[in-house]
Design a protein around this ligand. Structure first.
Ligand SMILES: C[S@@+](CC[C@H](N)C(=O)[O-])C[C@H]1O[C@@H](n2cnc3c(N)ncnc32)[C@H](O)[C@@H]1O
Length: 271
């Protein structure tokens, strides 16, 4: 399996790795989003479970999940992103809980250390491909029967982005609705990003997987890109976050947002 985008993606993210970590510093909104993902994982996956993390980036989640009692094998296609992880492992003395490997989620045949109790992916790394089936088809190789999949994906409807029509930014407001993907720009390089409805993802998973949980992530609060809103308008942000927490598991809100968190259980032959 190959895709000419992958070397570009690997290079773009490798170039941005240091900025990626600095951007996350003093970013209370992103911290809130990540904490909601960890709370979700803790609800659906027993502590001590061994997790395979796809598109792990610089390892922020690997560290956070290890600190919550999980073991994590962190993988990513961008060496520059993953290259920031060893220092974090050392800093937090997590040598016994985190391993890592450079690899694409399009080729999980060489993954070491499996099979795993869960396959985790955060913040839309999987939105870099137009169809998730090639990844899903490989899951039985790396996931134990009865294992869990928790993926954080970007949907076509993000209300905060759509509100950009009021500022005249029509392309930004509706970019996620494009059927062919949206051109994304990072460090002078271009690649396509695709947005998936949960029902499309569920149909790719098929009958061997059952839905465990679905919740919108940042349904009415800003996108993860917005670093200043929460700091400039703490009262308004607090009110939006309060409401966001209450809406995120309800229809139709749970399928909207900057992201959604989808958890499924692998139960081959159960239906
Ligand atoms: C937005 S970052 C998210 C990183 C991390 N999950 C986080 O929460 O910070 C997207 C990541 O997906 C990775 N990625 C994109 N395509 C990939 C592929 N085919 N295989 C593995 N990783 C990939 C990129 O290298 C990048 O690190």
């Amino acid at each position: 399996m190959s895709n000419s985008q992958f070397p570009v993606i690997a290079e773009a993210f490798s170039r941005t790795a240091e900025k990626y970590d600095s951007f996350a510093q003093d970013h209370p909104h992103l911290t809130r989003l990540r904490n909601k993902v960890y709370a979700h994982v803790e609800r659906v996956l027993p502590r001590g479970s061994h997790i395979l993390e796809l598109n792990a980036g610089t390892g922020t989640d690997a560290v956070a999940l290890a600190q919550r009692g999980y073991s994590v094998h962190a993988t990513d296609i961008a060496e520059g992103m993953l290259g920031r992880l060893p220092e974090k492992i050392e800093k937090f003395s997590l040598q016994n809980q985190i391993t890592f490997q450079t690899c694409s989620f399009m080729d999980l045949s060489g993954i070491s250390g499996g099979p795993y109790e869960a396959v985790f992916s955060d913040l839309g790394g999987l939105n870099c491909i137009p169809d998730l089936s090639p990844v899903i088809e490989q899951l039985p190789r790396v996931l134990k029967p009865g294992g869990l999949v928790t993926w954080v994906l970007m949907p076509p409807v993000c209300l905060w982005e759509m509100a950009e029509i009021f500022r005249g930014h029509f392309r930004l407001a509706f970019r996620r609705l494009s059927q062919t993907g949206t051109r994304s720009h990072l460090e002078g390089l271009y690649f396509d990003v695709h947005y998936f409805w949960p029902r499309q993802v569920l149909s790719w998973f098929g009958d061997d997987y059952s839905l465990v949980a679905l919740e919108g992530l940042s349904v009415i609060t800003p996108t993860a890109e917005s670093k200043n809103f929460a700091k400039q308008f703490p009262g308004l942000y607090g009110a939006l976050a309060w409401l966001d927490d209450r809406l995120s598991t309800r229809r139709p809100w749970r399928a909207w947002g900057d992201f959604y968190i989808l958890s499924l259980r692998h139960q081959p032959g159960s239906r």
